[in-house]
Ligand binder design. Structure first.
Ligand code: URP
Ligand code: ZN
Ligand code: ZN
Ligand code: ZN
Length: 540
């Protein structure tokens, strides 16, 4: 309410207009399903009109997108900003990380809340919201880690879904003693997710075997960064992917729980959904694809989804290049980069053929000094690499410029599919009337060379150092605000909002009804989201 003695002054409409009204002219719109020439008119952060010869109010700022592509801003479904992990805190915080994201054409991130074993999920969620809220330059949503199991964890999962806009939970099959859960805990969490209409995500590596391999390697004197990948070979990842798929298939819920019989109720679907994060190897991707095909054969559809990383398609573990301890340590993440040089192209082809659906960065950045915690013992090297800034350019270069997929598929795997899976489509992930004006105007003729010297991230290393990228974000609009303007970065700290993710994603749960959401926290956002969904029909 305006104070009587100090009334709020309204900015005259004609002065507001240059900020609130933008016309992107002469560009080619690229959505996941089609590409066409059209202009886009934006008002107050929302796309208001899409078409040619639009009649627009005077004073509108016009951006000339001739010879450029107008695409939905990237959605990075996998970041770890200011994460406390392995005795260090990742150096890209919610300000620096989202600023860098925008510089690269990403306009939304989904970060992971990772409670320590036994910590309240709700407390951890509130901790993350507090960390992020005044810092984020772009919108963000959250996934929650389930690192132990109890009735209380299940109750908190329900509260998070019903009151706090959460629809996804990550379980770890690795990091024994820290985040790792047992198979029965995994099964219980899958079952709870299905009950709630949420999406279970897994970090798929056999943590027990990694633990045994590590003991053996250290005993035999292998303690450098190369020991990290040796302790977690491809089949250790593939086995865990297979197990996660199998366990998710075993989940069976019955509509009438009081009358528990072995006959399925009509409409009940066997199996919980499953989203495998950071698929890093050929074998693991093949196993995932096999399970998807089996489900499609049985049910006509699949609820299994796979994500790979910019790191996995942009580079590999090259022992001839990674001879210096620090270079090698900077490339340590889990699951590891693979030594097989065919891995990046293989994964790119899996993305092209919808055997994998999304690309994340898994941005978890640690400086040289922090990585040095692992000198003499690779198990103490904080795991994680950069990517939040370069994900879009790397995937464009390796996927589109190299001819493996077209710009529509690029949009699908960098933005639309994540929006659909995490149930924020069509608010996010497409250029259409009613969607948020999170837009990247991509200049396919622009060039840049990736380097730690010029990147906007806080971290002192870049795993893509020296890569030439043909394609750059010329303009990036975040909620209608021009945050990259002719290549110049102009972010606003705290401009981003928390985006609640409603349960029962249609894309995942195949037309199951959206449950009534009782809202306390983030209520406005959820209501807006619901209204948007009613107003907007998906593009035909
Ligand atoms: O090495 C990684 N991936 N660090 C971040 C934590 C995780 O497992 O995603
Ligand atoms: Zn609460
Ligand atoms: Zn992980
Ligand atoms: Zn991660």
């Amino acid at each position: 309410m305006a104070n009587q003695s100090n009334p709020v002054k309204k900015v005259p409409i004609h002065l507001q207009s240059s900020q609130n009204r933008i016309l992107i002219k002469n560009g080619k719109i690229v959505n996941a399903d089609k590409m066409y020439d059209s202009d886009v008119y934006i008002e107050d952060g929302i796309i208001k009109m899409v078409g040619c010869n639009l009649i627009i109010p005077g004073g509108t700022r016009v951006i000339d997108a001739s010879s450029m592509l107008v695409m939905p801003g990237g959605i990075d479904p996998h970041t770890h900003l200011e994460l406390e992990f392995m005795g260090a805190v990742s150096v890209d915080d919610f300000y620096q990380g989202t600023k860098a994201a925008i510089a690269g054409g990403t306009t939304m991130i989904i970060d992971f809340v990772l409670p320590s074993k036994g910590e309240s999920l709700l407390d951890a969620y509130h901790k993350w919201r507090t960390r992020a809220t005044n810092k984020v330059c772009c919108d963000y949503a959250l996934h929650i880690g389930v690192t132990s199991w109890s009735d209380e964890v299940k109750r908190e999962m329900e509260e998070l879904c019903k009151l706090h806009g959460i629809n996804s939970f990550k379980m770890f099959m690795a990091y024994k003693g820290v985040f790792m859960v047992t198979d029965s805990e995994l099964y219980n969490s899958f079952e709870a997710c299905k009950e709630l209409g949420a999406i279970p995500m897994v970090h798929a590596e056999n943590g027990d075997i990694v633990f045994e391999n590590t003991k053996r390697l250290l005993k035999s004197g292998i303690n450098g960064p190369d020991g990290h990948a040796l302790s977690r070979p491809e089949e250790v990842e593939a086995e865990a992917v297979n197990r996660a798929c199998t366990l998710s298939n075993q989940v069976q819920l019955y509509s009438d729980k009081n009358n528990f019989s072995m006959s399925r109720c009509p409409g009940d679907q066997v199996g919980s959904p499953l989203y495998v994060v950071h698929v890093m190897s050929k074998t693991a991707a093949e196993v995932l694809a096999k399970h998807r095909v089996e489900q499609i054969k049985q049910n006509g559809n699949t609820k299994i989804f796979g994500e790979t990383l910019a790191a996995a398609v942009g580079t590999h573990w090259d022992e001839n290049k990674l001879t210096c301890w620090h270079d090698a340590a900077a490339h340590v993440l889990s699951p590891p980069l693979r030594a097989d040089p065919d891995t990046p192209n293989f994964l790119l082809n899996m993305l092209a053929s919808d055997k994998l659906q999304t690309t994340g960065s898994d941005n978890a950045t640690f400086n040289k000094e922090q990585k040095s915690l692992g000198k003499g013992d690779f198990t103490k090297i904080p795991n994680g690499v950069n990517g939040v800034e370069d994900r879009m350019s790397v995937i464009w270069e390796k996927g589109v410029v190299s001819g493996i997929f077209d710009p529509c598929r690029f949009v699908a795997i960098t933005s639309t599919n994540a929006a659909k899976i995490f149930n924020i489509y069509p608010r996010k992930g497409c250029i259409d009337v009613g969607s948020d004006a999170d837009i990247v105007v991509w200049n396919p003729k622009g060039k840049r060379i990736i380097s730690a010297k010029t990147h906007h991230q806080a971290v002192d290393y870049n795993i893509f150092e020296g890569m030439e990228c043909n394609g750059i974000p010329e303009y990036v609009l975040v909620g209608g605000r021009v945050c990259v303007d002719e290549g110049q970065l102009k972010v606003v700290q705290g401009h981003g909002k928390y985006v609640p993710t409603p349960t029962h994603s249609e894309f995942v749960y195949n037309n199951e009804k959206v449950s009534e959401i009782e809202v306390i926290d983030g209520s406005k956002d959820i209501k807006e989201l619901k209204e948007l969904k009613l107003q907007i029909s998906p593009p035909s």
